[in-house]
Design a protein. Structure first.
Length: 625
């Protein structure tokens, strides 16, 4: 690596640490300022921060591999998360969540189920889930950052004691960058996270634009068209995937056959089924939820959520597609002749291209941008998880009366503990792909049923929430251990078959167990206190099956009206998914030089933007400050 590139990276890291520590003095006032920035940060800064937080290097490496192998259809692979939950948040959930005016998603649960035994059980289980999901993501970042940095940086730095390798070079790099990020995140809380993420976002955009420009002027149309097929460019599909590659690249078609996505119609059906329920369930209790609660008012919560999609997808896919276009021309011929082609080969495309095919200067900025992507997402999770440990467990159940200084110190300890446990999980992770599928399918599958029901059904209570979440968490954890130990299982046994089944096909099983726990817990216990339900429904105003509560409120106040926006909200979500997809496809088609499809995609983006101006934005503007 050239000294110029190393200097750019060093300057970026030092600048990030300086800004993060410099603004940290604002976070020492109380827990509200530490975890939510005192609810006084402007919505567009929070939107940039939220977009930056979702621009992680592990996910970027995974998306590079997916786009390389599957072509334009790969944008639908992201539906396994599902990425369009951000659209549902934008259209109505941000407003519902922000009306609570509390600190964490776990504390929010008490406004729905009350503060009795059932309410506290639901409160505790969501706090446990928040911490578990943060640990999973930290291990995911640990795996991705290590693979990325070990290929990019020129030094081999394993940690060896008496000839025994304690940490590989990948693990050493990951530990160093995690340590640096943890310093300013723990010190400054939300203020440091947002300030550094705005800087990191700017660097990521510059890196994406530079790599896209470099690709556009150094790779010709002829070189691209010699590799990719018409099917690679095509977003439409039948039930079974057609060959994406010519016979010259048959190894890639064979790899597609092994990944579990061959029955693409079934995969999309499962993604849509899961995505609908997951999106209405709302954001998981992590950094996205914290950004909503950090906004100054309800209106700004909606603005922030919509702005996140605008700032995230086009810059991110300029970078992803630029890397993929170079890889198609310079790596595909070599990879097609590689024996034992696997996901591991896809996961190192990103660092290989940067390491060997990006010019000096641009490489440094791009690496700084990808480091920024890692640090911003990592810091967001490190800031969100301790809020649940300190505010929802320690403060509520162990130390309800203490000074703000004491709680801030407890937050420091919680943050370091979360990082340590997450890193330990990362040591046992098989690959980025396995962690991606487990988090997006199994872990979140256990979250969806209970959190979907909490919005729409008045009879659903705290015990139903507790048992629904617990059932999902238990099944998801069992699936994780099966997946990590499948090499030790007897071939042909039912455990072996379960362990080797693609994770997204297990979603209905996990969802079903969670749903069963939710219904049994609800019907075998008493309903939530009526006054709690009336307060929640009157404040949040969700749509759904709330007739008994609505009738009581209507009798008390004849002017009270229920939420009749279900149809419009669903229409806006459908339009929003198309709008979001167009922002992903636009840079892809532009950089592969498919100009007719670029123009069509641009037209779709403009039309959906205009529609949403009238159906969503104008409505949000009428919300009182």
């Amino acid at each position: 690596m050239d000294v110029i590139d190393i200097s750019i990276i060093a300057i970026y890291v030092l600048l990030t640490l300086f800004i993060g520590i410099w603004v940290s003095k604002k976070a020492s006032k109380d827990l509200n300022s530490y975890f939510l920035g005192g609810k006084n940060i402007k919505w567009y800064f929070l939107g940039l921060s939220n977009g930056s937080g979702q621009y992680d290097v592990s996910g970027t490496a995974w998306m590079v591999g997916m786009l390389f192998l599957y072509g334009t259809k790969s944008f639908m692979h992201m539906w396994t998360w599902p990425v369009w939950n951000q659209i549902f948040v934008m259209m109505f959930l941000a407003v519902w969540i922000r009306r609570s005016n509390i600190m964490t998603g776990s504390e929010w649960i008490l406004t729905r189920f009350g503060d009795d035994r059932a309410g506290r059980a639901s409160h505790s289980i969501i706090a446990i889930f928040a911490v578990a999901s943060a640990l999973a993501f930290i291990s995911y970042f640990f795996e991705g950052a290590g693979k990325f940095l070990a290929v990019i940086l020129p030094w081999d730095i394993p940690f060896i004691i008496d000839g025994l390798i304690v940490f590989t070079s990948e693990q050493s790099y990951a530990l160093i960058i995690i340590f640096l990020t943890t310093i300013y995140t723990v010190k400054g809380g939300m203020f440091s996270v947002v300030a550094t993420e705005v800087l990191q976002y700017i660097i990521m955009v510059i890196g994406g634009v530079l790599i896209a420009g470099y690709t556009f002027f150094h790779i010709t149309d002829v070189e691209i068209n010699a590799v990719i097929s018409e099917e690679w460019r095509n977003i439409f599909f039948t039930n079974e995937l057609s060959p994406h590659w010519s016979s010259k690249y048959q190894a890639f078609n064979d790899l597609i056959d092994t990944q579990g996505y061959k029955m693409f119609g079934a995969f999309i059906g499962m993604s849509l089924f899961k995505g609908f329920f997951a999106s209405i369930a709302g954001p998981v209790p992590s950094y996205d939820f914290q950004r909503i609660l950090s906004t100054r008012n309800i209106k700004e919560a909606a603005y922030m959520s919509g702005f996140t999609s605008i700032v995230l997808y086009i810059p991110r896919y300029l970078l992803i597609t630029g890397i993929v276009v170079i890889a198609l021309v310079v790596l595909a011929p070599e990879m097609a002749t590689t024996s034992g082609l696997s996901n591991d080969h896809l996961e190192v495309i990103l660092p290989k291209i940067i390491n060997n095919h990006i010019p000096v200067g641009i490489k440094g900025l791009l690496l700084a941008g990808l480091l920024a992507a890692f640090m911003s997402t990592f810091s967001a999770f490190v800031n969100s998880a301790p809020a649940y440990i300190v505010n929802d467990i320690y403060k509520k159940y162990f130390k309800p009366k203490a000074t703000n200084k004491h709680y801030i110190k407890a937050s420091y300890i919680a943050s370091f503990s979360v990082v340590l446990l997450g890193v330990m999980m990362g040591f046992f992770a098989e690959s980025i792909n396995s962690l991606t599928l487990w988090i997006s399918t199994s872990l979140y599958g256990g979250y969806i049923a209970a959190n979907f029901l909490k919005w729409i059904w008045w009879r659903f209570n705290g015990w139903g929430y507790f048992w629904g979440m617990l059932a999902g968490l238990v099944i998801a954890t069992l699936q994780f251990f099966l997946d990590q130990n499948k090499g030790h299982l007897t071939e042909g046994s039912w455990l072996y078959e379960m362990a080797n089944m693609p994770a997204f096909y297990l979603f209905p099983l996990i969802f079903g167990f969670s749903l069963l726990g939710s219904f049994l817990g609800t019907y075998l216990s008493q309903p939530t206190n009526n006054e709690v339900l009336k307060s929640f429904y009157k404040n949040v105003r969700p749509w759904g099956w709330w007739k008994p509560i609505y009738d009581q409120l209507k009798a008390e106040d004849g002017s009270f009206e229920k939420n009749k926006d279900f149809g419009m909200d669903m229409l806006n979500c459908a339009i929003g998914i198309v709008w979001q997809s167009s922002m992903i496809l636009l840079p892809i088609y532009l950089l592969i030089r498919d100009y007719p499809k670029t123009l069509v995609t641009l037209l779709v983006f403009l039309i959906t933007s205009v529609i949403l101006k009238f159906t969503w934005l104008d409505k949000v503007r009428k919300i009182p400050d």
